[in-house]
Design a protein around this ligand. Structure first.
Ligand code: ADP
Length: 377
């Protein structure tokens, strides 16, 4: 008998310990849920239709402007916070969901206690018993104000890009072409100095136009999508090299193309930009003491295309190998023209393909840029 009592006590103690652990776990889960709700700006509610009891999460109170647990949760309170113009749609959606036992989704506005208005997504789910009777509803309300602001910012950015590309670039084009015409017309009537001034204006117009292009590309490339197609790698590089022939000839440089895969699948237009940037830089940052020598190779390994573009140019010191990919970062800003955008665009495009780009010192001079693109990008 004594033993049995002692056994029972042991069991009770073990159960108590288990309950304590479960309670702790519950507190931890609640904490994680609160944290998630606050990060995602989402409140949740549940409505037990058999008892009429409604519960709100702390975030649900905050979304309407209340301190958690400061008022009794009710449907009427929620409805009073639905912006008056959206109330009819809100009730209609909820009613339909209840009638059909379906989920509902609605974008509406809510008026907080301080009268500020926030945009939210309201979602709800119906729970039924085996007789298809509604027994409970659960749902969430997510504040999407920041997201809507973001959408508005994107719209503003688009409008801004139109201004840049049309309202600024077209007068610049006009300046450039008229400068060309003026030069033709008066070149034999004006002195060297005046001609030099005209050239300066023409160059400045071209530079501003290039800066506008760069600003646009860095602002938009991140939101662009990859448009994949299958293309010949060899002809891609041939066309890039063709564009650089004049400069290479002037500098007496050479580009050597080693083994390349036949075909690859990726966004050709965007990758062309990456390799064009890298090859242009290899020429642009060549060392005046030696003609540029550029080597291009690609190995296909572990379902990845590993391209490398090496040069014998002025090189980049090891402490700058990471920052070089930051927008507007330039090491040789005084000697060579540029905007510091090219490598940032390269990095973005490569990452959009799920790949990597990095840089190594070349021996004995220059740099090697590595670009890895997964074949199933
Ligand atoms: P930009 O050429 O317009 O300045 P990039 O983003 O293409 O912009 O390059 C950033 C900087 O990295 C350059 O200003 C230059 O200092 C350095 N750089 C890029 N490529 C090379 C290279 N192949 N050799 C030496 N320096 C380079």
């Amino acid at each position: 008998m004594k033993d049995t009592k002692a056994d029972c006590q042991k069991e009770i103690d073990a159960l108590k310990e288990e309950i304590l652990l479960l309670e702790k776990e519950l507190v931890r889960s609640q904490f994680r849920l609160d944290e998630t709700q606050s990060i995602t700006n989402t409140g949740s509610w549940s409505w037990d239709l058999t008892t009429g009891r409604i519960e709100w999460s702390d975030m649900m109170y905050r979304l309407m402007g209340y301190e958690p647990q400061s008022i009794e949760p009710s449907y009427d309170v929620v409805l009073s916070h639905v912006f008056h113009e959206d109330r009819e749609a809100y009730e209609k959606n909820l009613g339909l969901a209840i009638d059909k036992r379906e989920d509902y989704y609605l974008e509406n506005r809510m008026t907080k206690t301080d009268k500020s208005i926030v945009k939210v997504i309201s979602r709800g789910k119906c729970y039924t018993n085996s007789e298809n009777e509604l027994i409970a509803m659960r749902g969430t309300v997510q504040n999407i104000n920041d997201f809507s602001n973001l959408k508005e910012s994107v719209k503003r950015l688009e409008a801004y890009s139109n201004i840049l590309s049309h309202d600024i670039k077209s007068p610049l084009r006009t300046i450039s072409s008229f400068m060309g015409l003026i030069k033709l017309k008066i070149s034999d009537q004006v002195d060297e100095e005046s001609l030099e001034y005209l050239n300066l204006v023409e160059t400045a117009a071209k530079e501003i136009s290039a800066i506008v292009d760069d600003i646009l590309s860095i602002a938009f490339i991140k939101s662009e999508r990859i448009k994949k197609s299958s293309f010949s790698v060899d002809s891609l590089f041939k066309s890039i090299i063709r564009d650089s022939t004049d400069e290479l000839t002037v500098l007496k440089g050479q580009i050597v193309v080693n083994s390349l895969p036949d075909m690859m699948e990726a966004d050709r237009v965007k990758l062309r930009r990456v390799f064009q940037n890298l090859i242009n830089n290899a020429i642009k940052y060549s060392d005046p003491n030696r003609p540029p020598y550029i080597e291009i190779s690609c190995d296909v390994e572990n379902e990845k295309y590993h391209f490398s573009i090496s040069d014998n140019g002025i090189g980049i010191s090891p402490e700058n190998t990471k920052m070089i990919f930051d927008p507007y970062f330039r090491l040789h800003s005084k000697e060579v023209e540029g905007t510091g955008i090219g490598l940032a665009v390269c990095k973005t495009v490569v990452e959009l393909h799920g790949g990597q780009i990095w840089l190594e010192q070349n021996e004995p001079h220059g740099s090697v840029f590595h670009v890895v693109i997964p074949s199933n990008n």
